[in-house]
Ligand binder design. Structure first.
Ligand code: DAT
Ligand code: MG
Length: 133
C-alpha cells in the first residue's frame, strides 16, 4: 500500500459522549500520523454536500440534521493504506453488525448514531482532506 491520506470525522454523538481521546488514540496506536485536526459545526448545507451520494435514501434529511447538530472533530490521517485500514478500524456502518474490536463495534449501538465517519476511497478522501473542513 502507498502513503496516503484520509478524512476521518468524529460525529456529534461521539464528541458529545466524550469519545474523542478514545478514538484518536486508536489511530495513533496503530501508527498513523495526524496531519490536521479541527473542531467544526458543519452547516446543514455542508452535511448535504458531504453525503450527496445518499440523497435518495429515506434517512438522508435526518442524517444531515444530525451531522450539523453540534461539534464534529474533522481530521486528516496519513499512512500506508490508511484509507482502507482506517475503515477497518472503524468497523461496519451498522454498529449492531460491526465486529468487537472496531470503533463502532465497541462504542456504538445504532446506525443513526455510529459516532464516526471515514472516507471510503481515494476520491472522497482527497476531496475532503483537501477541503477546508
Ligand atoms: P459509512 O458511514 O460506513 O461510510 P454510508 O456511507 O453507507 O456508511 O452511510 C453514511 C451514514 O449514513 C452512516 O454512517 C450512517 C447513515 N446511514 C447509513 N445507512 C443508514 C440507515 N439504513 N438508516 C439510518 N442511517 C443510515
Ligand atoms: Mg460512506
Amino acid at each position: 500500500a502507498e502513503m496516503e491520506r484520509t478524512f476521518i470525522a468524529i460525529k456529534p454523538d461521539g464528541v458529545q459522549r466524550g469519545l474523542i481521546s478514545e478514538i484518536v488514540s486508536r489511530f495513533e496506536r496503530k501508527g498513523y500520523k495526524l496531519v490536521a485536526i479541527k473542531l467544526v459545526v458543519p452547516s446543514k448545507q455542508f452535511a448535504e454536500k458531504h453525503y450527496h451520494d445518499l440523497k435518495e435514501r429515506p434517512f438522508f434529511s435526518g442524517l444531515c440534521d444530525f451531522l450539523s447538530s453540534g461539534p464534529v472533530l474533522a481530521m486528516v490521517w496519513e499512512g500506508e493504506g490508511v484509507i482502507k485500514y482506517g475503515r477497518k478500524l472503524i468497523g461496519a456502518t451498522d454498529p449492531s453488525k460491526s465486529e468487537p474490536g472496531t470503533i463502532r463495534g465497541d462504542l456504538a449501538v445504532v446506525v443513526g448514531r455510529n459516532i464516526i465517519h471515514g472516507s471510503d476511497g481515494p476520491e472522497t478522501a482527497t476531496r475532503r482532506s483537501g477541503s477546508t473542513v
